[in-house]
Structures are given as structure tokens and as C-alpha cells.
Design a protein around this ligand. Sequence first.
Ligand SMILES: [Zn+2]
Length: 86
Amino acid sequence: MKEFKKISKSGSLSIPIKLRREYGINSGDAVYIEPFEGGGFKVRPYVDKCCLCSSTENVKYVLGKGICLDCAEKAVKLFKEAELDE
Ligand SMILES: [Zn+2]
């Protein structure tokens, strides 16, 4: 998705509603602004805890949600066990 946007006099940038809905970003939410490899920067939702267990340790951003390493490993284990059952 490419969309042309202008920065306001105060430095604000609006995020298209389609992206806000897709990534669960609401008015007042915090976001990260990070340098992007190859130039420019990226904006992503601020994630401070796991959406499954609320842990704040080893949390990564995946498709708009925060998930911790423990929950990710549990999910992978469940998928692998399900594959073996088939
Ligand atoms: Zn978790």
C-alpha cells in the first residue's frame, strides 16, 4: 500500500483508517517510530505486554499483537503436536 501524505505544521502525520483498523491502532495509542533499513522509517504499535498472558518479558510484535517467547513456543508446540496427530 502506497499513499501520499503531508506532514502538518506541528509535525503530525495521519495514519490511514484502513491501516489503523487492520493493526488495532486507536486514538491516543502509543506507537514506535524506528529507522527503516534502506532509508526512511517505520511506525508500529507500541507493545508492552503479551496479549495472551500479559507478560512483559521477551515480547515481540506479530501482526499487530504482542506475544511473549513462552506463549509463542507453546503455540508452536501445539501446532507440531497437531501435525503429528494427523
Ligand atoms: Zn505470553
